[in-house]
Every structure is written in structure tokens, then in C-alpha cells.
Design a protein around this ligand. Sequence first.
Ligand SMILES: [Zn+2]
Length: 346
Amino acid sequence: MRHKELGMRNGAGRRVWGRLLLLAFMGLALWGCGLLPTEPASVLPTKAPTAVLPTIVIEPSSLPPSTPTTPATAVPATIPPTFTAVPSATPILTSPPPPPVSMQTFGESVEGRSLQAYQFGNGPDQIVFVGGIHGGYEWNTILLAYRAIDYFTANPDKIPSSVTLHIIPSLNPDGQFLATARDGRFSPLDVAANSFPGRFNANNVDLNRNWDCNWQETAVWRDQTISGGPFPFSEPENVALRDFLLPLNPIAVVFWHSAANGVFAASCPDLYWPSYTLASIYGVAAEYPVYESFDSYQVTGDAGDWLALQNIPAISVELVTHESMDWIQNLGGMLAVLNQYNFIER
Ligand SMILES: [Zn+2]
């Protein structure tokens, strides 16, 4: 029994030692393969990334030759411009701002000369200044209009944002040519000694007697008999201006004349009060006398009067002489109308 017990004890002890040796060899084998930690677990995270980064990221030689080296520049180039995200203020996706001045031809005279209108600003309220309805006889109103065109071209900031200003320098270019032998701009030195024939258009009609308010074929200027045309709007210059103005529905139309020294409101048949308000704004600023109507002699077929009939405020501004532009005065009047248009109720 003792041998068996001793034998059994000796056999069991060999098995225990054998197992311990086997575990020791397995541990050495795993350590040798690097599968067992050699350092505390707390430092593993900082060691692991540095050990794997080089094999994951950096293989530049494996990139396709056509791949751009800087993706940031390549991405926008592949996106259509219409989908490029840009700030709303960037002009790429917004309409370009309107130029400070543009010119359009809105008709032709009897002799085929173009009728031109210069436009400033892009606001909804339309204001129109008209020079030269009486042609070369009132040539200083044409020079005043060109001076105004130059002024607002150089000073577009003077146009309120809600206003579009139109300046027609010469509504009767045939009459201008008759008196100055010039189309477009001219010098006072170009004006003929007798400029009176240039008051009328090439049909010898007074363009400010040809509108359809109290129209008469036989009209008067001072003590002279003149032509109002065979019928209202018989003249192409007036047809063109009428068709230019009606779609605009302007809040103010100013006709420059010379030389009666005053601002005259429109009436057809009675005084149109918005027109008188406009006359007051312009006249006070320009230091011209302001009148409800022109009474020196009967005016039939007047342009401003017909506009009053259309509910469009209009005035006639008469310069002091036939030579001076009264520039400072009229600049004051123009700026007053541009900035006080909202006071005109109709
Ligand atoms: Zn006139």
C-alpha cells in the first residue's frame, strides 16, 4: 500500500512539474512571437499608432500620375461655376450693377435724326427732363441738358436709389441742326445769328403746339401765327416722346424752355395741382418765379398740359435768357426734384 501511495505521489508530482514546464515553454514561445505585452497596458495606446502609421498612409509612389498633388485646388475646378458656393455679394452669381449712364434711341425726327434719352440710376420712380423741344431757337436748353448729362455721369451718387432719371437733350434735332449746323453737342459759337427758324421741326410745326389738349391747327407765338400741325400728334418727334413717356408713367416731367424766367405748372383744362407742387419744388430751389399757368398769350396743344390730362405732373421751366444755361439755378432745381419727388402726390 505504501509503495502504491508513494508511487502514486511520485507520479502525480512528475505530472505537475511537467505541466509547469509546458506552460513555461508556451510562454517563452508567445513572448518570442511578440504576442504578449512587454510593457504595462497603460502605455500601449501611445505606442500603437506610431507603430502602424507608416504602413497605412504614406505611399506616394502608388498614386495615379494624373491625381493632383493638392486636392483643395482640384475640387473647385471640377464643379460647374453655377454650383460654386460664393457669397451673395460676389458678382459671379448676381446681376452686374447697372452702369451709371446708358443711352437709348426712342425715335426719329422728320429728317431721320435720332431722338436720344440718357438714363441714370435704376429705381422705380421715373423722372424725365427734356431739352430742345423748341430746337435751335432755344439752344441754351439743349446745352443745359448736356451739362446735366455730364454732371450726373460724373456724380451718379446724386441719383436716389429709388429714382431713374431720363434726360432727353434735344427733342427737335432738325431745328437744332437748322440753327447750329451740328448734330449732337455743339458750341454757342455754332449758333446762327438768326436762330428763330430752328424753333420748328422740319415740317415747320411748333412741337409744343401739337399735343392733344386744346389743340388748334393754327396756333400763336407772341403775336405771330404758327403751325400746330394738321392734327394732334402729327409729328414723329411728339409721337416718339408720347410713346416713350406713357409706359414709364413718370412722377415728374420737366420741359426746359427759354426765355420767360419762371416755372409754369400744367393744366388741362384746369390747374393740375400735383404739377403746381412740382413747379414749386423746382422753382423755389432754382430761385425762379413760380406760376400756376402761362398767361402772356394763349398756348394750345402744350405738351405739359396733355401730360396733366394723363395724370402725369409736368412743368415748363423758362430760363432767364436765350443764351445762359442758369446752371447753378437749374442744378438746384433738378436735385430738389430728385430728392423731394416723394412729396408729390397725385
Ligand atoms: Zn420754348
